[in-house]
Design a protein around this ligand. Structure first.
Ligand SMILES: [Mg+2]
Length: 250
């Protein structure tokens, strides 16, 4: 009996050790992501219906808000919505997928080549929202950290997809600082900003930039009333300032 129990214990231990280890046969390795931390994030954005649903949810909410605002709030300034570009209205998951396929990391050169191809698709719901804004006489202002030398290719991409207000005077791209605060301040001199739409909290305010204290949760908690009313956030699991605060040990 004692030997039998010992045998069962040994088999169980062996089995549990194997469960915690990845099989090392070639077939399994080919199906698994090659340890690339982008894999699941890109797959989710590109292939999950949940991602699409979340985008539609965000833009539907945004559409309802501008409809309401266009009726209630009339001022002398031109009404506008500030939108970020990448992962807000343009979907760059094909670029990220290619990084995985070729097993390379992001480089400024590969990104520039992707932008120049003007091949990004629209984030679900984004185009319909922007066209609705245009119908209501609300301008779309594209505030992005794409570089100035990416203006022409970005406009080509936006025009090909049918985005309204795709002109240089509606683009506020990065010149020096990654902070968008000064660009938003310039915009507020001429426009009444009804709504800000982005995938990164820095698309709304610089108060969210610091993630060193508890991942920046406190800032989001303290401004929770703004989300869904003045700020509309889209999902982006692939990259963002959220990476700055990740714990060293998990
Ligand atoms: Mg973005």
């Amino acid at each position: 009996m004692k030997n039998y129990l010992l045998f069962i214990l040994t088999v169980s231990l062996f089995a549990s050790c194997n469960l915690s280890k990845k099989p090392e046969n070639a077939a399994f390795v080919q199906e698994e992501p090659s340890g690339n931390d982008l894999y699941l994030a890109v797959m989710w954005q590109k292939y999950s219906a949940e991602y699409r649903a979340l985008c539609y949810q965000s833009y539907q909410q945004a559409g309802q808000l501008i409809q309401l605002n266009s009726i209630q709030d009339k001022t002398l300034l031109t009404p506008a919505v500030i939108v970020d570009v990448d992962e807000t209205i343009l979907d760059n998951s094909p670029y990220e997928l290619n990084l995985i396929r070729t097993n390379i990391r992001y480089t400024a050169e590969s990104w520039k080549a992707w932008v120049d191809s003007a091949a990004a698709g629209a984030v679900p719901g984004a185009l319909e929202f922007c066209l609705k804004a245009q119908e209501l006489g609300i301008h779309i202002l594209y505030v992005s950290n794409r570089k100035i030398n990416e203006t022409e290719a970005t406009l080509k991409n936006l025009i090909a997809l049918g985005f309204p207000y795709a002109t240089a005077d509606h683009l506020y791209f990065k010149e020096e600082s990654s902070s968008k605060e000064s660009r938003r301040a310039v915009i507020r001199n001429s426009y009444q900003v009804l709504l800000l739409i982005g995938d990164n909290l820095g698309d709304f305010s610089d108060v969210f930039q610091d993630r060193s204290q508890h991942f920046g949760f406190h800032q989001v908690d303290s401004l929770r009333q703004q989300f869904g009313t003045h700020f509309i956030i889209l999902p982006n699991p692939m990259y963002g300032n959220w990476e700055d605060g990740l714990p060293k040990n998990i």
